[in-house]
Design a protein around this ligand. Structure first.
Ligand code: 3DU
Length: 218
């Protein structure tokens, strides 16, 4: 299970070889890793298996932002599960039937809204409705909400007691701690670590910075 400790999930949007290397080095130090299309398009499910294979302690989240009809989404999640993922990410805008079907197979995080500026156009308007519609679904373990707009994290936190994972720190402009201070349990950080000269030091610095701005335990 994903337990908050460092509160850092590292997004490994890098080649499978590099993903394995960073995962091996930071396993047990960070709470989790996230892999997605960079790894899967390079090596298919085998790329996920390789990363899962080196993790002894940290949680593995597979992020394909699945957004198809229920049957197809379910079969995608089945493959992701077989490859060794502990959880996966499903878009919320597709509706609770898709989320429910996927959550029968593997624990899921639902995207409530996204971190880029364009998410204001459409996704933000659906954010509260998505969380309300998905919160009673067994297998939904949490939501993705943006550290770049902490007010959205707050909005999600008011509705749910489930986990919130928050991307947008570092390369996208949010500061370490912006997500957790607004009520997220974890921050998902990619390029600020994977593109750093020393990813281990970068991860440690980010965790220190997050700790100093942490809210009281909930
Ligand atoms: O910007 P970074 O390099 O720290 O990476 C952020 C990761 O989080 C990346 O894998 C991206 O796909 C994911 N993500 C968002 O950035 C924004 C979202 O709303 C959802 C996921």
């Amino acid at each position: 299970m994903l337990e908050p400790d460092t509160r850092l999930i590292v997004a490994l949007d890098v080649s499978p070889d590099r993903a394995v290397e960073i995962a091996e080095t930071l396993d047990g130090y960070v709470d989790g890793f996230k892999v997605g299309y960079e790894v899967v398009l390079a090596e298919g499910a085998a790329g996920i298996e390789r990363v899962a294979g080196v993790l002894e302690e940290s949680f593995l989240l597979v992020d394909l932002k699945t957004a198809d009809i229920p049957e197809i989404s379910r079969s995608i999640v089945e493959r992701v599960s077989e490859a060794g993922a502990d959880a996966t990410i499903i878009h919320g805008f597709v509706g609770p039937d898709v989320v429910e079907e996927c959550a029968r197979v593997l624990p899921v995080f639902v995207v409530a809204t996204m971190s880029h500026p364009g998410a204001r156009e459409f996704y933000d308007r659906a954010c509260q409705d998505i969380v309300k519609a998905c919160d009673d679904i067994d297998g939904v373990i949490g939501y993705v909400a943006p550290a770049t707009r902490p007010e959205r994290v707050l909005e999600v936190r008011k509705i749910t007691d489930k986990l919130i994972v928050s991307p947008g720190v570092g390369a996208q402009g949010a500061a370490p701690g912006d997500g957790v201070r607004a009520g997220a349990d974890f921050e998902i950080i990619g390029r600020a670590i994977t593109e750093a000269h020393d990813p281990i030091e970068a991860a440690k610095d980010l965790v220190r910075a997050m700790m100093t701005s942490r809210p009281a335990e909930r």
